[in-house]
Design a protein around this ligand. Structure first.
Ligand code: SF4
Ligand code: MG
Length: 335
C-alpha cells in the first residue's frame, strides 16, 4: 500500500555543552502506511517523543539530524525542508496532538472559535463555513451538544473533552497522518479507552494514518496494527501488534508485557524491569538493555545486536537481540 511516512536509518545527535555529540536516535527506520495505526512504545528517555518531533521539524536547536532521513508520502525530504515549507505541512498533511491539551489551547478564546480559526487559516473557508465545519467536527469526535460547547472556554471542559477538541482541530484539514504523543496519559481509564476508540473510528471513516506514541503497551496494543518498541534510542522490536504481544522476541518487550500483569498503581510502572534506561553518556558498545536484561551474556556487553528478521511470523517482524541467533530465540530461554 501507499506509505504516508517513512523514517529511514535516522540518526539524531545532541550537542552537549562540553562539545560532545551524543546519539539520541540511532538507525531508526519506520514506515506508516495509508490508514494504518502504528504504535511506538517505550519508557521515558527511549527517544519516542524526539522521533515524533523530528517528523514535524520541531527538534530543539541542540538536536540535529546527523544521518538518514524522514520522508512523507510525496517523497518530500521533511528533514531538509525549511521552516516555511514545514509550516505548510504541519496541520495540513501531518497533525499532532500532545498529552496535555491545555498547553495547545488558548485559554482566552472559546474552543469553537479556536478550531474555526485553524480551519480558516488552512483552507481559506468563510467564517460561516468554518463555524459549520467546527460544529460537525465536534459532533464527529463525540463532544456533547456541539452548538453550545462551541462557545465554551477551555477551562470549562473536562480533560477528555479538551482532548476531543484537540483531535477535532487536528483532523479538521484531513491530514494524511496524525501523530498522537501520549494522548490519553493525563486522562482516567474510562476516558482513555474512549479516546483510543475515537482514533480507530477516524481511521475507519477517513482512512487517517495514526502514529500513536505511548509508554503503555497494554493500553495502545488494542488499537494498533503494528508496534515498534524503542529502547535507548533504537527500535528493538517491531511487528504486527498481535504477534508482538503473543510472542515477544525481545527481552525488553517481554518485560513490558510482564509488568502489565502486575497490579498497577498510578505513577508506578514497569516495576518488573528493575533499573532505568541508561543515560546518553552511559551507552556503551554493547546492547543498551544489558544492564537490566535477565539473559545478558558476555557477548551482550561487547557487541550491539543488529535488528534482524524473526522467523516463524505471519507478518514481517524484527528484533535486536543476540538470543535471536540461537535456536528458538527468547522461547528457548523459557520466557
Ligand atoms: Fe538481553 Fe543480550 Fe538480548 Fe540485549 S542482546 S536483550 S542483553 S540477551
Ligand atoms: Mg515523551
Amino acid at each position: 500500500g501507499e506509505t504516508v511516512l517513512e523514517v529511514r536509518d535516522l540518526r539524531l545527535e545532541l550537542s552537549a555543552k562540553d562539545g560532545a555529540r551524543l546519539p539520541v536516535l540511532e538507525e531508526v527506520s519506520l514506515k506508516v502506511g495509508r490508514g494504518e495505526i502504528v504504535g511506538i512504545v517505550g519508557e521515558s528517555g527511549c527517544g519516542k517523543s524526539v522521533l515524533s518531533l523530528s517528523v514535524l521539524g520541531l527538534l530543539p536547536p541542540s538536536i540535529r539530524v546527523a544521518g538518514g532521513g524522514i520522508y512523507n508520502g510525496e517523497r518530500k525530504e521533511l528533514h531538509r525542508l525549511g521552516e516555511k515549507s514545514l509550516q505548510r505541512i504541519r496541520g495540513k498533511e501531518i497533525a499532532m496532538i500532545f498529552q496535555d491539551p491545555m498547553t495547545s489551547l488558548n485559554p482566552g478564546m472559546t474552543v469553537g472559535k479556536q478550531v474555526a480559526e485553524a480551519i480558516r487559516l488552512h483552507t481559506g473557508a468563510s467564517k460561516r463555513e468554518a463555524e459549520e465545519k467546527t460544529v460537525g467536527l465536534f459532533r464527529k469526535v463525540g463532544l456533547p451538544r456541539p452548538e453550545t460547547l462551541y462557545h465554551e472556554y477551555p477551562h470549562r471542559l473536562s480533560g477528555g473533552m479538551r482532548q476531543r477538541v484537540m483531535i477535532a482541530m487536528a483532523v479538521s484539514c484531513q491530514p494524511d497522518l496524525l501523530i498522537a504523543d501520549e494522548p490519553t496519559t493525563a486522562l482516567d481509564v474510562t476516558i482513555q479507552a474512549q479516546i483510543l476508540k475515537l482514533m480507530k473510528t477516524l481511521r475507519e471513516e477517513d482512512g487517517t494514518s495514526i502514529l500513536l506514541i505511548s509508554h503503555d503497551l497494554g493500553l495502545i496494543s488494542g488499537v494498533c496494527d503494528r508496534i515498534a518498541v524503542m529502547y535507548a534510542g533504537r527500535i528493538v522490536e517491531e511487528g504486527a501488534a498481535a504477534e508482538v504481544l503473543r510472542h515477544p522476541a525481545h527481552p525488553y518487550t517481554a518485560g513490558l508485557l510482564a509488568s502489565l500483569a502486575l497490579p498497577s498503581k498510578k505513577g508506578t510502572r514497569l516495576h518488573s524491569i528493575p533499573g532505568s534506561v541508561p543515560a546518553l553518556r552511559e551507552r556503551g558498545p554493547g546492547c543498551a538493555f544489558a544492564s537490566r536484561c535477565p539473559y545478558a551474556a558476555d557477548r551482550c556487553l561487547a557487541e550491539k545486536p543488529a535488528l534482524r528478521g524473526v522467523a516463524g511470523s505471519a507478518f514481517p517482524r524484527s528484533a535486536a537481540c543476540h538470543l535471536l541467533g540461537e535456536e528458538g530465540g527468547l522461547a528457548n530461554v523459557g520466557s
